[in-house]
Ligand binder design. Structure first.
Ligand code: 0RX
Length: 390
């Protein structure tokens, strides 16, 4: 006999696994899957919005999986900024901790990403300017919480297809039509994409995924690829610089065939590092290698981005520096003249501090499970969302 679902929940099979979700979520359709979980799009009857629901794959199968699941929930719960993915809801069909096995994360559905968008269209300078502004606002927020993204790439910059509609909804109120007609046109042409930073991370990023001619590595900072030193938030600034460069060029800036080829590609533009930088490296092998190669001067980025605005090139010059300590921070970058047209400093807010002590903690699976269950129970939905289903 089939076990009855919890009141208010129903069961459905998705890709040969059972999903048990609140009745408010309808029309589940798988949109992505990997070793760590599966994501479905769904329609939220309560808000009328399309949502993404992620079910983690056997989150308590090991200490590593359990810690990862707990971390994703904690991080998503913390994120409250329009340019960073946030949590609308989190639920489990289990009422008691002893039967708790699975849980589900609900987010706004993001239909596409910058990687896909760049494949199908060349972005105008105005669009690049606005997209980079949003990316840096999101990064400033993440970094202010003390978090490093570590895997910023076009595929992790989600784009909300509804944004154009939202702009129209906002301005097409009858009393405002005349006054804002010109603004509507301006917005439709220019501000039609909302960017949110997320981390799809559905699959394992094993060494194999970082080897060869692969997108997964093209946005990685040199100090990460070659393990040069203990890294900081500026690894994300390097990635942001690579992404901005690609938006302007219409193709990736550093397409290496392997780790060393990637570094060679990078140094063709940044030049070989100075002696002052090389002494700072922790790895003796890296020091020896960098001291042995012929010196190459830094290229003037204006020669590569010759069609771009000089203010745009100035941003890139400050991001794409080999020495992480010399790179601009997200907050400093937002102060550069390139963004002055768009700036709304109220939107550039900082996050509350994020407690990372659990990231360095080793716990048995049962403890991770208990902490995760508590995090689910204490979740409060965002003000414009509706209440949690637990
Ligand atoms: O986005 C995440 C996720 C985000 C994250 N952050 C830490 C660093 O700063 C940014 C936020 N850490 C862990 C995970 N998870 C996630 C991404 C996509 C997804 C489900 C979960 O599937 C979707 C979401 C929206 N639309 C379509 C598919």
């Amino acid at each position: 006999m089939a076990v009855r679902s919890r009141t208010g929940f129903y069961r459905q099979e998705v890709n040969r696994t059972v999903w048990e979700v609140p009745e408010r979520y309808r029309d589940l359709k798988q949109v992505g899957t990997g070793a760590y979980g599966t994501v479905c799009s769904a329609w939220d009857r309560r808000s009328g919005a399309q949502v993404a629901i992620k079910k983690l794959h056997r989150p308590f199968q090991s200490k590593l999986f359990a810690k990862r699941a707990y971390r994703e929930l904690r991080l998503l719960k913390h994120m409250k900024h329009e340019n960073v993915i946030g949590l609308l809801d989190v639920f489990t069909a289990e009422i008691a901790l002893d039967r708790f096995r699975d849980f589900y994360l609900v987010m706004p559905f993001m239909g596409t990403d910058l990687g896909k968008l760049m494949k199908i269209q060349r972005l105008s300078e105005d669009r690049v300017q606005f997209l980079v502004y949003q990316m840096l606002k999101g990064l400033k927020y993440i970094h202010s919480a003390g978090i490093i993204h570590r895997d910023l790439k076009p595929g992790n910059l989600a784009i909300n297809p509804d944004c154009e509609l939202k702009v129209l909804q906002l301005y097409l109120q009858p009393s405002r039509v005349k006054l804002f007609t010109r603004i509507i046109l301006f917005h439709c042409l220019l501000f039609s994409f909302l960017i949110q930073i997320l981390d799809f991370g559905l699959a394992r990023q094993a060494d194999a995924e970082m080897t060869g001619y692969v997108v997964t590595r093209w946005y990685r900072a040199p100090e990460v690829i070659l393990n040069w030193m203990h890294y900081t938030q500026t690894v994300d600034i390097w990635s942001a610089g690579c992404i901005m460069a690609e938006m302007l060029l219409g193709k990736p800036l550093f397409k290496g065939n392997d780790h060393l080829d990637q570094l060679r590609e990078i140094m063709k533009i940044t030049g070989t590092p100075s002696a002052d930088f090389v002494v700072k490296l922790q790895s003796q092998d890296a020091k020896n290698y960098l001291r042995s190669i012929p010196k190459v001067p830094k290229k003037d980025l204006r020669s590569i981005f010759n069609k771009a605005d000089s203010n745009a090139v100035c941003v890139l010059e400050k991001m794409l520096l080999l020495d992480p300590e010399m790179r601009v921070s997200a907050s400093e970058a937002l102060d550069l003249p390139y963004f002055s047209e768009f700036r709304d400093t109220e939107e550039e807010m900082e996050a509350l501090p994020y407690d990372q002590t659990m990231d360095n903690t080793d716990l048995p699976v049962e403890q991770w499970k208990r902490h995760t269950f508590t995090e689910i129970l204490t979740f409060r939905p965002p003000k414009d969302g509706k209440e949690t289903s637990l």
